[in-house]
Design a protein around this ligand. Structure first.
Ligand SMILES: C[S@@+](CC[C@H](N)C(=O)[O-])C[C@H]1O[C@@H](n2cnc3c(N)ncnc32)[C@H](O)[C@@H]1O
Length: 214
């Protein structure tokens, strides 16, 4: 995978990126450039996204690093072109991150990203439903399904006490309320909304925890 011409329309990192990615900022720049070039060319990211890669994609995803517990085993279900899992793995090298994605074209891109950035992520070609149970401390997801479908997808994958962190938009509170009965039914509770912010970068994250057994 190559990053396209050096003058491709990809803006320099904003100040928040230094704070979130620390000494891995160069890898974040390389990933952002691949999203803005190769992923756009292959139709994995919309053409209008190139100019907004930093705030809407990289920083939004990396902010999850503020709530994921240390050393967690993390599944990014429906990772697409690597979001939020790749920025999260870059921002938090202590995590073990697996990118789960059923679509072949997207899986190929994820393998290329892993190799070209020399990232220690695991790329898993599967649907979330087909993974073995209770393998993760944390499930993360963005733009995969509303909470009433995402909760039942994530619950079996989580160890007791583990947490689903879903990146959501303005509908977070309404979605959480609408999903309350379904979440309760699949053993999830304690839905909480975090508004995360560093400078101009922001993310709305819904956290729902799988109940301990007993
Ligand atoms: C709208 S895209 C979002 C991609 C990425 N999370 C993002 O925020 O840019 C939804 C992704 O979820 C994947 N997906 C849909 N159903 C899934 C399932 N049951 N298990 C795992 N991934 C799924 C799709 O293949 C697609 O890549």
């Amino acid at each position: 995978v190559t990053a396209g011409p050096a003058d491709a329309p990809f803006p320099p990192p904003p100040a928040e990126a230094d704070e979130l990615f620390g000494d891995r900022i160069d890898l974040a720049v390389a990933y952002g450039r691949l999203l803005a070039t190769v992923a756009v060319e292959r139709g994995l990211v919309g053409p209008g996204e190139a100019a907004r890669i930093w705030h809407r994609h990289l920083l939004n995803a990396a902010l999850l690093g503020q709530v994921v517990p240390p050393g967690a085993t993390v599944l990014d279900i429906g990772s697409g072109a690597g979001l939020p899992g790749v920025p999260l793995a870059l921002a938090r090298p202590d995590l073990t991150v697996s990118l789960v994605e059923p679509m072949r074209r997207r899986i190929e891109f994820l393998h290329e990203i892993r190799e070209s950035l020399d990232l220690e992520v695991v790329v898993v070609h599967a649907r979330a439903e087909d993974l073995p149970p209770a393998v993760a401390d944390v499930v993360v997801a963005r733009a995969v399904a509303p909470l009433e479908r995402l909760g039942p997808l994530a619950a079996p994958l989580l160890r007791p006490g583990g947490t689903l962190f879903a990146l959501k938009g303005r509908t977070a509170a309404d979605e959480l309320a609408a999903a309350a009965d379904v979440l309760e039914g699949c053993g999830m509770s304690g839905g909480r909304i975090h508004q995360l912010r560093v400078g101009e970068a922001q993310a709305t994250v819904v956290a729902i925890t799988k109940r301990e057994a007993g």
